[in-house]
Structures are given as C-alpha cells and as structure tokens.
Design a protein around this ligand. Structure first.
Ligand code: NI
Length: 172
C-alpha cells in the first residue's frame, strides 16, 4: 500500500473524462488500496482515480469521518441513475485545498456501479453521502465543483486562486 500524490487544480487530468474499467485485475486492486490509503491520509471523504493520475472510472468514498458507522465504498464504473430534490451545501475538494463554497446538488441519488469484486451494486445516498457520490462521479466525468458555480463566482475564484498560487511559489 502506498500514499499517492493528489493532483491539484488546474492540472489538465482533472478536466478529462475517465474510462470504464473492463478488467478488475491485480493492478486495479492495488490502485484501489492505494487510493483508500491516500484518502485517509488526506482526511478526505472521497477520492477519484484521476485525482491521483489515473484515467479510470474508479472512486472511493468514506463519510465516517463525519457520520459514524458508515462503510467504506469502492465504486467502479459508477453512474447516477436517479436524482431527487435539490439542496445547497458547503463543498470542498482535495484537489483545490483551502477553498470551500456552497454548491447546489440533488438531495438524493441512486448510483449503479460495480464493487471491487466486480459485482453490480446500487447505492442510495442522501445528505453527505449524496453530495460525495455526486462530487466523485463529477470528477470521473472531468468536472470539478467549481464548474458548478455561477460563471461570475468562478471568475472570482480563479483570480483569487491564481494570486494565492503565485504567492506560494514566490515565497519558495
Ligand atoms: Ni474532489
């Protein structure tokens, strides 16, 4: 097991669509274990494969850091099949550290995917789990939560973030 480096915005791979996994082989099992380690070390509630440099439809989610007794979820080739309601809550991302904002999303989702054994699973999520499922599946489709903000808000974010990045690199 290893802790992988998390790719940060504005790296291009975060804008790319990941590809379906056809064969859940040893290298995929290995990647799953590494992603779980990486998510826990970063204290995130979810991580998508393109955030660690792999264009694969794979994500891991564990919301037990905020809601006790929730299981670790590994999703291969996930897609949302049903959405219900809307809710606006605070959101952040391991690839955009230090930035949080409110994002509008579905209140409840039903996701179909494969688990790491290759068996089909259906996951229904509300609250934080619904948010995490939508956030991670967005990643796999090359979307970041900032892509869900209004264009005006996004422009403000980009300017602020560029300045912050410039400040960090000039202090090195
Ligand atoms: Ni994220």
């Amino acid at each position: 097991m290893a802790v992988l480096e998390i790719v940060r915005y504005p790296e291009k791979i975060l804008k790319e669509k990941t590809k379906p996994i056809e064969d859940i082989d040893d290298s995929i099992q290995h990647l799953i274990d590494d992603m779980i380690d990486t998510m826990y070390v970063a204290r995130g509630v979810g991580l998508a494969a393109n955030q660690v440099g792999f264009l694969k439809q794979l994500c891991v989610i564990d919301i037990s850091i905020q809601e006790e007794k929730r299981p670790l979820i590994v999703l291969i080739n996930p897609h949302i099949v049903e959405k219900e309601g809307t809710v606006e809550t605070e959101e952040g991302c391991l690839s955009i550290p230090g930035y949080m904002t409110t994002i509008k999303r579905a209140e409840k989702v039903l996701v179909k995917a494969l688990n790491r054994k290759g068996n089909p699973v259906e996951i229904e999520g509300t609250g934080l789990l619904a948010k995490a499922l939508q956030h991670e599946i967005d990643h796999l489709n090359g979307l970041l939560f900032i892509d869900r903000m209004s264009p005006l808000k996004r422009e403000f974010f980009k300017r602020r973030y560029k300045k912050a990045l410039a400040a960090v690199s000039s202090s090195k």
